[in-house]
Design a protein around this ligand. Structure first.
Ligand code: DLL
Length: 435
């Protein structure tokens, strides 16, 4: 598979670290000179740009979190005059003010470069025709990937949130070869196509570029199986850039290469904020190295992962982060046991007849979290026989009990019952706050 920028993506660790250090110093100086927010904060704790002499000095700087971005809404973290800001994006989240990200023309250029790398990894080339199914909105997914794909020279089909019927028609009419969307939307489109009698096997579509939400291997394989395509899952967040922070290659399909020349990564213990050894799971903390409009230092992503730096079989040497499946803030405590929704996905992936569609409903019972799993049956497992259904139900309850260690209420529903999300899927429905 082509590597977009081998000089950087395959550079030695020494080269990468030298680039990172030079850029980190530049980024700190830029923020100190041009952002009152950072200058004031660093002065309070006696930090000056000259204190950064090696990469580990990053730890002298304080963490930044969502709260800081909300408090300075909308432009308080910008470090360039407003007439140099070429674009803004925002992520709404569920509560409070949106998180705003700003980009200069140079930042947009870097962003497109990072997307071009991610898209090249599964083999996107100039001859491709890409159906954009992310909305063109304040969300970074649509515009970010659009311009990165144009950097490769691919033809963009800017459908946005046109709906499944239109998307199917567009694939057929214009011979789309790449689908860009969340994995849940891709699954939704795959199923809608099957219902409409669409012949995925002979469709022109060959690659899926997904991201924006966790994607299980089971879900990815299911989409690949139905649509007869190769999919990669790509990670990013508005605060740092949007998509393009890291991307899956076809070498190690459960890891994503980080754009290390533009982003410095750390993995810390979420409780103490102290670094964890390489390869050990913790919270991902990111620092921008080249952002002009809105530099961000030591951003607490809340995403849990681990990072390794040994070279990958795809030829890239850039550090790889394990796919993000859990966040520090999605842990549930059920009768004293700490559980993440992703654990249920892993258990269900190994049960024949369980589909990839599920919801976890959290309520409070006797002052503790109580959990119900609503699980959609795979069409192959659906049966009119009560005895068969009861047997399947018992298997699900008992497997969860033996692997995760808790007994949950399991409700089985027929295929198609669970609503499909057009954008990010929220698997957990938390009813606790309303009780
Ligand atoms: O979701 C950026 C993006 C758009 C990435 C399109 C890839 C494709 P936000 O809306 O700010 O940005 O959400 C960022 O979503 O901290 C993760 O928790 C989660 N997330 C994003 N991509 C992935 C992924 C975009 N591939 C938050 N796997 C992040 C797991 C993901 N989680």
């Amino acid at each position: 598979m082509p590597i977009w920028n081998p000089e950087i993506e395959c550079a030695s660790r020494e080269t990468i670290e030298a680039i990172q250090l030079r850029r980190l110093k530049g980024q700190v100086a830029h923020a100190y000179e041009n952002s009152a927010y950072y200058r004031d904060r660093w002065r309070e704790i006696g930090i000056e740009p000259g204190d950064i002499t090696e990469l580990s000095d990053i730890r002298k700087l304080p963490f930044t979190d969502k709260g800081a971005l909300r408090d300075t809404f909308p432009f308080g973290m910008f470090a360039v005059p407003m007439d140099e800001v070429a674009r803004i994006h925002a992520s709404s989240g569920t509560t409070g003010r949106p998180i705003v990200a700003g980009y200069t023309a140079q930042d947009l250029d870097v962003w497109s470069e990072c997307i071009a790398r991610v898209a090249s990894a599964p083999g996107v080339v100039k001859q491709d025709r890409a159906l954009m199914a992310f909305p063109y909105s304040m969300f970074t997914g649509g515009w970010g990937l659009h311009y990165g794909m144009e950097r490769i020279g691919a033809m963009m089909i800017p459908a946005g949130a046109a709906g499944t019927d239109r998307h199917l028609q567009i694939i057929e009419d214009y011979g789309a070869t790449v689908l860009i969307s969340t994995p849940s939307y891709a699954m939704h489109l795959a199923e809608a196509g099957l219902r409409a009698g669409y012949d995925w096997e002979h469709s022109t579509l060959r690659i899926g570029l997904f991201g924006g939400e966790p994607c299980t291997l089971a879900l990815k394989h299911e989409i690949e199986r139905i649509m007869h395509i190769t999919c990669t899952d790509n990670y990013g967040l508005t605060e740092i850039m949007g998509p393009g922070v890291s991307g899956e290659c076809l070498g190690s399909r459960d890891m994503s290469h980080i754009a290390e020349d533009h982003i410095l990564w750390e993995v810390v213990d979420p409780q103490t904020g102290e670094p964890v050894p390489n390869g050990q799971e913790g919270e991902l903390v990111l620092t921008t190295l080249t952002k002009r409009a809105m530099p961000v230092f030591r951003y607490r992503t809340h995403d849990l992962t681990y990072v390794i730096t040994d070279p990958c079989e795809c030829g890239r040497t850039s550090a790889r982060m394990k796919k993000v499946r859990k966040r520090t803030d999605d842990m549930l405590i059920i009768r004293g046991v700490n559980v993440f929704p992703s654990q249920f996905e892993d258990v269900l992936a190994d049960i024949d007849g369980a589909s990839v569609h599920y919801r976890l409903i959290v309520t409070t019972e006797n002052d503790m979290d109580a959990l119900e799993l609503v699980l959609e049956l795979d069409p192959s497992a659906f049966s009119d026989s009560m005895a068969d259904m009861e047997r399947f139900h018992t298997t699900v309850v008992e497997t969860i009990k033996s692997i995760i260690g808790i007994r949950v209420k399991v409700t089985l529903v027929e295929p198609g019952h669970i609503e499909r999300a057009i954008a990010k899927t929220h698997h957990v429905i938390d009813k606790r706050s309303s009780l």
